[in-house]
Design a protein around this ligand. Structure first.
Ligand SMILES: Cc1cc2nc3c(=O)[nH]c(=O)nc-3n(C[C@H](O)[C@H](O)[C@H](O)COP(=O)(O)OP(=O)(O)OC[C@H]3O[C@@H](n4cnc5c(N)ncnc54)[C@H](O)[C@@H]3O)c2cc1C
Length: 376
């Protein structure tokens, strides 16, 4: 029986597994995918996220990525360039980043089983109280299995089966937004900056990638995104006066990926026997491009609480984890929610665009804060 079983080998699960394995814990990670696997994302690692990888000795995972010096934010009328002031992030395709993190976790001693779907948590009564004692799984063409462990970490992303089965997380009624993303060749005017183009009813991120590629991600509140994502993405680009010319010779690789609704609410650190990490513990909005920092640090925090729990008992570990997450992320979560509301309200967005036009220094500070450059 492993000491810790982790659902999900994405950034949160891989970092948690690495920290635990380095501490000599027997850790088993299960992922339904086989790596490298695609993941719809803006593909930027901000300076705060990069600093965590570096501190943990995992920065080899971004080898081959492009340096990112800051963000360019535009509205229909305003264009502001915000630098990370000497700090840098990276842009790297998630399928490469995530596969590298999985490799590093294995090298640290974690056992990672791919192609294994986590079906549900196993809950039993211990001393009269419910406790998570393991997971049930299904693997390709195999029989369902039960895996017991002293502690479970759910790092299985926004739609965490584990967290949802226990009613620890949910998709709120509002905001309801969907993301559509694709890779392009031959996009003109790419620089060492990520780009966020905020428009009425949607926003569109563009990032340069190694190999002359560009990532374009559109976030919309219309459910019609699900019907024909590729067309919606191309329409948004081709009708945008700042982007249409730059994408005139561009070619989309394959079809666009689509996911949503994006927001996930969660106000728990887990429950007895279970800790949540990364998006499984809640997701605000991709606009600020900082989900990976939450995932890396959230994975690390879950691992540190797990180490404490294995020595002193698992009952209250989720309570301590929640307090640690609030301490580490509370301010940034509030900031992200504020930005999300601003972008969702046409009046507030116009007021913000006006403010950015007359006092761009404010927006430059917002860009720096959003990029976690202060936390780096
Ligand atoms: C459109 C969009 C753009 C974004 N852009 C950025 C950006 O530019 N920069 C940034 O920092 N963040 C960005 N984010 C956020 C970032 O992608 C996430 O915060 C990050 O991926 C969270 O990592 P995670 O490990 O928690 O979850 P995930 O990356 O989702 O990994 C979860 C893993 O669990 C596995 N899994 C899921 N269910 C099961 C199951 N039942 N059984 C077994 N395995 C399972 C999956 O296969 C996956 O490997 C963006 C998000 C979106 C939606």
């Amino acid at each position: 029986m492993p000491d810790v079983v982790i659902a999900g080998a994405g950034p949160a699960g891989a970092v948690a597994a690495t920290v635990l394995a380095r501490a000599g814990v027997q850790v088993l990670v299960l992922d339904r995918a086989r790596f490298p696997r695609p993941k719809l994302c803006g593909d930027t690692v901000n300076p705060g996220a990069l600093a965590i990888l570096t501190r943990l000795g995992l920065d080899a995972a971004v080898d081959g990525g492009l340096p990112i010096d800051g963000m360019i934010v535009t509205s229909e009328r305003v264009r502001v360039v915000g630098r990370y002031d000497g700090m840098q992030g990276r842009s790297i395709a998630r399928q490469d980043l995530d596969a590298a993190l999985v490799r590093l976790a294995r090298e640290a001693g974690a056992e990672i089983q791919e192609g294994v779907l986590v079906d549900a948590p196993v809950v039993e009564s211990r001393n009269g109280a419910p406790r998570v004692v393991g997971l049930t799984t299904k693997c390709e063409g195999g029989l369902p299995r039960r895996i017991d462990a002293r502690l479970v970490i759910a790092a299985d992303g926004r739609y965490s089966r584990v967290a949802r089965a226990l009613h620890l997380s949910r998709s709120p009624r509002r905001p309801r937004r969907w993301a559509i993303g694709a890779y392009f060749t031959d996009v003109a005017g790419l620089t060492a900056f990520g780009e966020m183009h905020v428009r009425s009813g949607h926003y569109l991120g563009v990032a340069p990638l190694p190999g002359g590629l560009a990532n374009a991600c559109l976030v919309v509140s219309a459910r019609r995104a699900l019907r024909d994502p590729s067309t919606l993405l191309l329409e948004a680009i081709c009708t945008d006066r700042r982007l249409a010319g730059r994408f005139a010779s561009a070619r989309m690789l394959g079809v666009a990926a689509c996911l949503g609704p994006l927001a996930v609410e969660c106000s728990a650190g887990g429950m007895a026997g279970l800790l949540l990490a990364g998006d499984a513990g809640g997701f605000v909005d991709p606009m600020t491009g900082d989900g990976l920092r939450f995932a890396f640090r959230g994975g690390e925090l879950a691992a540190l609480e797990a180490l404490h729990a294995l020595e002193h008992g698992v009952e209250a570990a989720h309570v301590r984890l929640l307090a640690a997450r609030r301490e580490a992320f509370g301010r940034k979560w509030r900031f992200n929610r504020g930005l999300r509301s601003l972008a969702g309200s046409p009046v507030a967005a116009r007021a913000a665009a006006f403010g950015a036009a007359v006092a761009p220094a404010i927006l430059r500070r917002v860009i720096r804060y959003a990029g976690d450059a202060d936390a780096a």
